[in-house]
Design a protein around this ligand. Structure first.
Ligand SMILES: [Zn+2]
Ligand SMILES: [Zn+2]
Ligand SMILES: [Zn+2]
Length: 152
């Protein structure tokens, strides 16, 4: 979607530990960005140990026994970000799940069209107003990604 010809960026305000140490940052809703954000700003590096979900308003029964490896996926459900195939109108939690389902016989859909579905807390930013920091961030990502934050 474009408004006034400018590409938009869809982000969410981080609600991690909002009452104690709110980070107030905007993050993109997909799992890769959430994983990166957790590692970088909340000290998460994955692992199998139990950890507590500190997302504001979390009511999950497993809140205090989250696996470090699955917490990013869990946060994506808080954010409400999903992937939809607009050809067959089916929602998926992640893009790879959509691709997998379409690649095998479970789906009759021949014309997969992947589109993001945004959660209710989505904030739209004009790329032109936030481009310099975003660019810097991506350069930083490229430098650190391979050495430190390879989680998957
Ligand atoms: Zn945060
Ligand atoms: Zn939670
Ligand atoms: Zn489809």
């Amino acid at each position: 979607m474009r408004i006034g010809g400018q590409p938009l960026l869809y982000v969410y305000e981080c609600q991690w530990d909002k009452n104690h140490s709110p980070c107030g940052m905007h993050i993109e809703g997909d799992q890769a960005n959430v994983t990166d954000h957790l590692a970088r700003f909340h000290g998460f590096t994955g692992g199998e140990g139990d950890t507590t979900c500190l997302w504001d308003g979390c009511t999950s029964k497993k809140r205090t026994a989250m696996k470090g490896t699955s917490i990013a996926r869990h946060l994506v459900t808080h954010i409400g970000y999903k992937i939809k195939c607009t050809a067959c109108n089916v929602d998926y939690a992640r893009e790879d799940a959509c691709r997998r389902s379409h690649a095998n016989a479970r789906s009759d859909c021949q014309r997969m069209q992947i589109a993001p579905v945004h959660g209710t807390g989505v904030i739209t930013l004009k790329v032109s107003t936030c481009e310099p920091p975003a660019k810097k961030r991506h350069v930083a990502d490229a430098q650190t990604q391979n050495s430190i934050y390879r989680l998957s």
